[in-house]
Write a protein that binds this ligand. Structure first.
Ligand SMILES: Cc1cc2nc3c(=O)[nH]c(=O)nc-3n(C[C@H](O)[C@H](O)[C@H](O)COP(=O)(O)OP(=O)(O)OC[C@H]3O[C@@H](n4cnc5c(N)ncnc54)[C@H](O)[C@@H]3O)c2cc1C
Length: 402
């Protein structure tokens, strides 16, 4: 039975970043445990790959601080470690006066967060940057970038390993037994013992936390985000990244265009209830997980709100009816046709919902006795991962043996 001082569960960008920080800042014996054979198989490898420089987030919030610092640090990290990155900037587009006003607010917020932006008024000014976009105004953030998130996670894991972390893949943590001075973890590959456990299990973080008696009143509700890819001959449709004006009440940013580091242009994601935490296809069903979501009081309260019912219906339609998805894409780029888009991958967001029906929009972590649980590494969790990993590692080291 292998013993470690600290066991980090989950090797997505958050778990890898935490393990790397812990090993760099201490001489402790650290393990990183991942249920899949490959890293970044879930949220960290199935996302838009956009570094959000922080104009979207409330000034003074942890999310704003982590996003601005995270963007800067990830650019430096990518350059130093040969992780593919394209610093192409983003355009957030307004189609109405109400959206234009929201963009003005976003620009004020950006200034407070120290994020550079430029306000573009009128179609002609927008066309200088994105000739195919339709809109009456746009906010341009030149600091946004597109990164290869899978290669980034592998690079973090290599750093962690070089700093002494033992990485166990194909190792799913199933059960936890607390002993006087340690936790015994039963896994799909035998037992592990840790004096302290850090839970970064993403879509299953609430379930693992419950085994430690932590996180009551919160549940992960899985929201699938599906993408289409623009066919190669139409990639010129998008030079950088194009977003709609966000709805401040929703945690999701809406269907957008992203030019990726491999030069593909992806369009998406929508946000539809997934019928299972890893139900990546809209025909996949995990009955027990679906029943659990539908039976959760927080979810029932969330969807009892009229606006949410409308949003859920629209998003569901985008999943099952391509034309509805295309219509959302055409709102930004009217020239895009259904034949220009072909189905691509899907990701599933681990969106934490509280039992009173609130979609938790900020990073959320809770401590137990000798354990720390990242319950909500909400988007832009990839962007935030370096400072967030340091933040969690610092609080774990403060608590370790104290
Ligand atoms: C569709 C989509 C688009 C997004 N776009 C962006 C974006 O453009 N920019 C941005 O900054 N963020 C974006 N995000 C958010 C970002 O991807 C996530 O916040 C981030 O990846 C969360 O990382 P994580 O390490 O917490 O989770 P994950 O990557 O899900 O990692 C958790 C790991 O834990 C493992 N695990 C689970 N249970 C166990 C167990 N019992 N035992 C062992 N291992 C276990 C899983 O296999 C998994 O590898 C997006 C997310 C989605 C889904």
């Amino acid at each position: 039975m292998k013993k470690h001082d600290i066991i980090v569960v989950g090797a997505g960008c958050v778990g890898c970043s935490i393990a790397r920080s812990l090993a760099t800042a201490s001489d402790l014996d650290i393990a990183l445990v991942e249920k899949e054979h490959h890293l970044a198989q879930h949220q960290s490898g199935r996302n838009s790959g956009v570094l959000h420089p922080g104009f979207n987030y409330e000034p003074g919030s942890l999310k704003a601080r982590f996003a601005t610092e995270g963007t800067r640090r990830m650019k430096e990290y990518a350059a130093k470690n040969d992780v593919p990155i394209d610093e192409c900037g983003v355009l957030v587009v307004a189609q109405s006066n109400a959206e234009e006003q929201r963009l003005e607010k976003l620009q004020e917020q950006a200034a407070e967060n120290g994020v550079e932006t430029e306000f573009l008024r009128g179609q002609d000014t927008i066309a200088e940057y994105e000739p195919h976009v339709s809109g009456q105004a746009a906010l341009r953030a030149p600091g946004a970038a597109s990164i290869d998130s899978q290669q980034y996670v592998y690079s973090l894991a290599r750093d962690a390993e070089a700093a002494g972390v033992d990485i166990y893949t194909d190792t799913r943590v199933d059960e936890v037994v607390e002993r006087s001075d340690s936790f015994h973890l039963s896994t799909s590959s035998g037992s592990l013992v840790g004096r302290y456990v850090v839970n970064a299990a993403g879509l299953y973080a609430d379930k693992l936390a419950a085994k430690f008696g932590v996180g009551e009143g919160y549940q992960v509700v899985p929201f699938r985000g599906e993408y289409y890819e623009v066919v190669p001959e139409k990639r010129a449709t998008c030079r950088s990244m194009i977003y709609p004006t966000p709805d401040p009440e929703l945690p999701f940013l809406g269907v957008h265009y992203t030019r990726r580091t491999d030069n593909k242009v992806i369009v998406g994601p929508n946000a539809v209830l997934a019928f299972g935490r890893e139900a990546y296809d809209n025909t996949n069903l995990n009955i027990s997980e679906l029943v659990e979501t539908l039976g959760f009081r927080g979810f029932q309260r969330l969807i009892s709100n009229r606006k949410m019912i409308q949003v859920a219906w629209d998003e569901m339609n985008k999943s099952y009816r391509k034309q509805k998805f295309v219509a959302a894409a055409q709102r930004l780029v009217p020239g895009v046709e259904a034949t220009d888009l072909r189905p691509s991958f899907a990701g599933i967001r681990a969106q934490v919902v509280s039992s009173d029906g609130e979609l938790v929009k900020n990073p959320l972590f809770k401590h137990g006795t000798d354990s720390t649980h990242v319950l909500n590494a909400v988007s832009p969790g990839l962007t935030c991962s370096l400072p967030f990993g340091d933040h969690i590692a610092e609080s774990v080291l403060d608590r370790f043996d104290s």
